[in-house]
Design a protein around this ligand. Structure first.
Ligand code: C2O
Ligand code: CU
Length: 551
């Protein structure tokens, strides 16, 4: 459907604090003035998405989620061949699991993909918040359903604040707050003519395996299609979240004004990066301060996306660039005047300095593979050529640091996310995927495959982009590159809980024959954490794995 952009006001999700019970339920929402009312899902009775949960570092909160869903909003898109858990029952009684993305959370409260609950059931989550101020988010993580459940509306912001960060009486750093601070949750969506959501995915299917991605043709921000925001002359702090399943953005302002990136996934940077453009992949967050001081009454500036997909993608999956995402219109009134401080961490009045990049106890090669190898289009995307149930899985030791080298031999970029830990990007380096594959033929899916890329490296290692410095939980791993990330794995003592705990989960009902290289399981327990590609369609298919953090 055609809609007129920049007429609807940017909605700001309600803020909630403290322990409480939240529904996971169905509702309705009008995504745009020109669209009809759509059935939706949400948390806490919101029209779409969930309220912004605000918590303070060091103060635990308890959230009970109660699944009150009816039939699946995208019942026709439920794929029962995808894993051992997804069955026809999910069309009528959908499973959910609530994950706090970026949270340092015990395994049984982490929203593990296998730890799902159905309508009529509730699940209790305790978040310790024993970590620094950061822009986190919470979203559904049910095995095989995540891509559908998130588009239906199961996602929201979770802002963790401390004394240095604004939003408290202290506001030591003097960052824009109150009406001058808000989230921008960016997600591309597709709609039917009646205004209802359409789960549109382009899938290539071969031998029962598929690869695809949900791509929208309209952009929603906080649930409104191409909205506008009236802004005073001054600074605004935006917590930008890429809540899209698959789409990556290259963001800038239409007048090319620079902005400050003050933080990303896991909190504040050491100092702001003052730049005019940055990229954000699904699952990533950036904390920015934008300057509208020059915007007179009635003047406007647009938030622009200039991300270009390669020609293969542009044609085959219709990943055309969507240019103007939203519009800021000046009111001419005086706003928040001061620019961010030149350092955010390490000073007397500032947040503690970030730890330096640690030296590694071990290096681990992670191949981001696809099947068949190096073909176009790709089918199943895998991690080390394995699917979720396949062994071996990584077993890092508590109290050690590992460098994970993500070797991407697929033709697309994958944003890699580990639960529990935060990493530092060390560098990225190009390599020759053709030579690498020629010397190391890929075995059938299900056989571990992680050859060292050293002999095939090309050129010099590149440092992370300015907006990626600091600690991150979701890391873009571009095609044809080795991306090196240092993870310091905490001990149970540091965490205050056992990160390798085993806990009960619903046993998967077997559905049909196991696919090649894909073992069935009937386990009624899970252990530890998951790690995965945050292109949610990839995560649902085969690009998710487990890891155990061994004592
Ligand atoms: Cu945002 Cu495992 O996910
Ligand atoms: Cu991926």
């Amino acid at each position: 459907p055609k809609v007129q952009p920049f007429v609807d006001e940017l909605p700001v999700p309600p803020v909630i604090r403290g322990s409480r019970t939240l529904t996971v339920g169905a509702g309705t929402h009008r995504f745009h003035r020109d669209l009809g009312v759509a059935p939706t899902w949400s948390y806490g009775g919101a029209p779409y998405l969930g309220p912004t949960i605000e918590a303070r570092a060091g103060e635990p909160i308890e959230l009970t989620f109660s699944n009150e869903l009816g039939p699946h909003l995208f019942a026709g898109d439920v794929d029962t061949t995808i894993d051992d858990h997804t069955t026809d029952r999910d069309r009528v009684a959908p499973r959910v699991s609530v994950h706090l993305h970026g949270g340092v959370t015990p395994p049984d409260m982490d929203g593990h993909a296998e730890d799902t609950f159905r309508p009529g059931e509730t699940k209790f989550y305790r978040h310790f918040n024993r970590q620094g101020a950061a822009t986190l988010w919470y979203h559904d993580h049910a095995m095989g359903l995540t891509r559908l459940n998130v588009v239906a509306g199961l996602a929201g912001l979770y802002l963790l604040r401390d004394d240095y960060d604004t939003g408290t009486a202290a506001n030591t750093l003097g960052l824009p707050s109150g009406e001058f601070e808000m989230p921008l949750a960016i997600a591309d969506r597709r709609f039917n003519d009646d205004g209802s959501l359409r789960f549109h995915t382009v899938r290539w299917i071969q031998d029962g395996r598929w690869e695809g991605g949900m791509l929208g043709d309209l952009i929603t921000i906080n649930g409104a299609v191409h909205p506008r925001l009236d802004v005073a002359r001054g600074m605004y702090r935006f917590r930008v979240l890429n809540a899209s399943n698959f789409r990556e953005y290259r963001l800038s302002f239409s007048n090319r004004t620079r902005f400050w990136v003050i933080g990303n996934d896991s909190g504040l940077l050491d100092q702001p990066a003052y730049i005019d453009e940055m990229e954000i992949a699904p699952g990533e967050r950036v904390d920015i301060v934008a300057d509208f001081t020059g915007l007179g009454a009635g003047d406007s500036v647009d938030l622009i996306n200039s991300f270009q997909y390669g020609p293969g993608f542009a044609q085959i999956i219709g990943a055309q660039t969507i240019t103007s995402l939203m519009r800021f219109v000046g009111t001419g009134t005086a706003g928040f005047a001061s620019a961010p401080p030149i350092t955010l961490r390490g000073g007397k009045r500032q947040s503690p300095a970030l730890p330096p990049a640690p030296t590694a106890d071990r290096r681990r090669v992670i191949t981001l593979t696809q099947w068949p190898a190096h073909s176009w289009p790709p089918f199943t995307n895998t991690l080390n050529n394995l699917c979720y149930q396949d062994d071996p899985i990584p077993e890092p030791r508590q109290g050690t640091t590992e460098i994970w080298e993500f070797v991407n031999i697929s033709p697309e970029s994958h944003p890699m996310h580990l639960h529990l830990v935060h990493g530092r990007i060390l560098n990225r380096q190009a390599f020759d995927p053709i030579g690498y594959l020629a010397s190391n033929p890929v075995p059938p899916v299900g056989t571990y495959w992680a050859p060292e890329p050293d002999r095939f490296l090309q050129g010099d290692p590149q440092p992370p982009h300015a907006w990626e410095t600091g600690l991150k939980d979701t890391i873009t791993c571009p095609a044809g590159m080795v991306t090196r990330v240092a993870f310091a794995f905490p001990t149970a003592d540091e965490l205050g809980f056992d990160p390798d705990a085993t806990f009960p989960v619903p046993a998967p009902p077997h559905t049909g024959p196991a696919r090649a290289g894909h073992a069935h399981t009937d386990q009624a327990t899970a252990q530890g954490y998951v790690w995965h590609c945050h292109l949610i369609d990839h995560e649902d298919e085969c690009m998710m794995s487990r890891y155990h953090l061994r004592a």
